[in-house]
Design a protein around this ligand. Structure first.
Ligand code: HEC
Ligand code: HEC
Length: 283
């Protein structure tokens, strides 16, 4: 699928990128965490024109890669510990904590992160991890919903994501989510902002090349939430989308908007076959 045609602006923006694709990238680097080898390259899903999907970890400097290979070094794990405290903390009018009902601990959710976002039949809409967490908080605990892309929510998303670490992303794109997925695909290929660029211009056409001081990856979401060295905290998928839109001087969609939900589904599906890494470490 190629929806991009070269316009004058795009030709001009090619000056943004420098260096041969994948020069100095060790595509064969192996990600192991706590003795477990985690897949970082997989055959691309059929709907993509590229052959292979590659985790953003592959494109990071070896020092950054190393941080993710040791849970004691990975700064994202501090937030996982905080979320574990939160897990056991009573909140809301029902006097319950997550632990009161999910007796198996967060381990109950092994595999969940790999399938999200997905259609929630009972609610008649698509759910991501934030939705599930807030659903339980509001409906089962009588607690306030957590704000998306804020530390407490990002930490809980990290704790639950961790339970699926190493499992292949396997997001459904058909059935009731088909239209949402198509909207996400449309957004991915639509040029926006003063730089008049689409996600695809960077993450499909130029991954492996340098953009200013940063090496472009495929913009995969399998590593989220990611601990970023840049802002020293966990970053949610949609917060990252927002950052990328700001970088091309576009007006970002709202966190939790239909647009970002659609994009979250579509981007996740582009990584089908890659492994869940969250919390990962990135620049
Ligand atoms: C009063 C009981 C109760 C409490 C407290 C509770 N939950 Fe739930 N939760 C449920 C029920 C019931 C479901 C739906 C059935 C299921 O999947 O377990 C559910 C579903 C979920 C799911 C989706 C699971 C799936 O596989 O579809 C997640 C994630 C979740 N809860 C997280 C949490 C978190 C995080 C907390 C604490 C902030 C919490 N829950 C507190 C009862 C509770
Ligand atoms: C001008 C180029 C550019 C555009 C356009 C762009 N991004 Fe990015 N994006 C980056 C850079 C640079 C990074 C950080 C390095 C990397 O991982 O690629 C990044 C990182 C990401 C990441 C994190 C990858 C990881 O492994 O942690 C995701 C997800 C992402 N972008 C999604 C998007 C989406 C969705 C869009 C369209 C709304 C988009 N980007 C548009 C440049 C861009």
């Amino acid at each position: 699928m190629k929806k991009i045609t070269l316009s004058a602006t795009i030709v001009a923006s090619v000056a943004l990128f420098s260096g041969a694709a994948n020069a100095q990238v060790d595509l064969d680097a192996v990600l192991t965490v706590e003795g477990m080898t985690i897949v970082t390259r997989a055959p691309a899903p059929d709907f993509l024109d590229i052959d292979e999907v590659i985790s953003g970890w592959v494109y990071r400097a070896s020092e950054t890669q190393a941080l993710q290979m040791d849970d004691f070094e990975n700064p994202g794990m501090i937030f996982v510990d905080q979320a574990m405290d939160d897990w056991n903390t009573v909140d809301g009018t029902e006097g319950k904590s997550c632990a009161s009902c999910h007796l198996g601990g967060p381990e109950e959710f092994a595999g969940l992160r790999a399938e999200l976002p997905r259609w929630n039949e009972a609610e008649g809409r698509m759910f991501n991890l934030e939705d599930y967490i807030n659903y339980s908080r509001v409906n089962y605990m009588g607690a306030e919903p957590l704000k998306w892309a804020k530390p407490r929510m990002d930490a809980m998303v990290a704790l639950i994501s961790l339970q699926s670490r190493g499992m292949p992303i396997n997001v459904a794109i058909d059935g009731p989510v088909a239209d949402i997925w198509a909207q996400g695909e449309e957004l991915y290929y639509t040029r926006v902002g003063q730089l008049d660029m689409a996600c695809a211009n960077c993450h499909e056409d130029n991954y492996g090349t340098m953009i200013r001081a940063d090496r472009l990856s495929q913009g995969q979401s399998n590593g989220f939430p990611t601990y970023r060295l840049k802002n020293a905290k966990l970053n949610s998928i949609q917060a990252r989308f927002k950052g990328c839109m700001r970088n091309i001087r576009a007006e970002p969609y709202e966190i939790g908007s239909d647009e970002f939900r659609a994009l979250e589904l579509y981007v996740a599906s582009r990584g089908n076959g890659l492994a869940v890494e969250g919390p990962s470490v990135r620049n």
